[in-house]
Design a protein around this ligand. Structure first.
Ligand code: ADP
Ligand code: MG
Length: 336
């Protein structure tokens, strides 16, 4: 028989179960009707869920191991943005066929990242349908230390920790983002760097933990920096001013695009999974000792909305500002 090595629903679940790691607080993991978990005393439970659909969140030719990594990474990034310590996850898999080779590769990526953070896979669901992966993550946070979107205060600084724009650069180089074009002669190392950012984002879990009790608000950049900061501004009832020429940039991104293109990629690109946060200006000196040194990119002001300015203080605006599902073209007309 040719084609992929096939199995049944229960064969697939057995394969997943055989590879899922244990944790002392998992009283009952995969195998029963539900998992039984021991909460640590005196901490809040933090729960997040994200879905990846083929053709929407990853292309048809994406590698199974990369899909596995990213499905968990985007969820851990949400926990990081809450300042939570990850503990457990569940996995809902919708697969067009019971392909063992695909599942094993998917688990290679998924479980490699789970192991890095000591996260136990405690349950899930396995069904037949179009390729879609839905993950729920559970973590803990000390009461009062969660990094919420509604805590930004007038006078706070705005920070970003990491290099936004690489994932969007990968899409642009593939011709999937048509509003920006690279310069001639893109070098192969730059392409590899952008592709890695798109396929294997690294959730800033340690940074999120360190920001607890320091940052006044935080968010992870998934839909585009300006769009995501607009969520924070709205929730906090404040305005923000962001200098798009203060965004940290790699030599590769700087060399591959002209200045307007790189501003668009960095400010509106999305899929970055780096943390943006606000903090009292009195804490500036402490920011250098964080696990990942952030860059100061703007200020929280009275009012509403997010305004972007360039290095000369001129208002900078992009043709569109981030990704929104259920719009005709995925582009938002949402006011910042
Ligand atoms: P039920 O019919 O009671 O929902 P299932 O047959 O769906 O049970 O699942 C059996 C066990 O396998 C459950 O413990 C469930 O959490 C686990 N499980 C099913 N699919 C997955 C998956 N994709 N990843 C992890 N655990 C899974
Ligand atoms: Mg089930």
């Amino acid at each position: 028989m040719s084609g992929p090595a096939a199995s049944t629903e229960f064969g697939l679940i057995d394969r997943i179960r055989a590879r899922a790691r244990d944790r002392a607080d998992v009283l009952l993991g995969i195998g029963d009707d539900a998992a039984l978990l021991q909460m640590p005393v005196g901490r809040h439970l933090v729960v997040a869920m994200d879905t990846l659909n083929q053709g929407v969140h990853f292309p048809g030719d994406a590698r199974a191991a990369d899909i596995g990594w990213k499905a968990l990474a985007v969820n851990l990034s949400d926990l990081a943005a809450m300042g939570a310590e990850p503990a457990w996850c569940t996995l809902s898999l919708s697969l067009p066929q019971a392909d063992i080779t695909w599942l094993d590769a998917f688990l290679d990526g998924f479980l490699a990242l789970a192991d890095l953070h000591g996260v136990a896979l405690v349950g899930g669901d396995t069904t037949r349908g179009p390729l879609s992966i839905c993950v729920t993550v559970h973590g803990f946070v000390e009461p009062g230390r969660a990094l919420r979107r509604d805590g930004a205060r007038v006078g706070d600084d705005v920070w970003i920790a990491g290099l936004p724009g690489h994932a969007a650069a990968a899409l642009a180089l593939r011709g999937l983002r048509t509003d920006v074009a690279p310069v001639d002669g893109v070098d192969i190392e730059a392409i590899a760097m952008f592709e890695a950012a798109l396929a294997r984002p690294v959730p800033q879990v340690a940074l999120g933990r360190a920001l607890g009790g320091r940052a006044s608000s935080a968010i992870d950049i998934s839909d585009g920096l300006l769009t995501d900061l607009a969520h924070v501004a709205r929730a906090s009832h404040v305005a923000m001013s962001i200098d798009v020429d203060c965004l940290p940039i790699s030599v590769s991104l700087d060399r591959t695009f002209n200045s307007d293109a790189r501003r668009r990629l960095q400010a509106t690109g999305g899929d970055d999974y780096v943390l943006a946060f606000t903090a009292d200006a009195g804490l500036r000196a402490q920011m250098h000792s964080l696990p990942e040194a952030p860059a100061r990119i703007g200020a929280v002001l009275a009012g509403t909305g997010v305004q972007a300015v360039d290095g000369e203080g001129r208002v900078w605006s992009a043709p569109y500002i981030g990704y929104v599902h259920f719009t005709d073209d995925g582009k938002t007309g949402m006011p910042l």
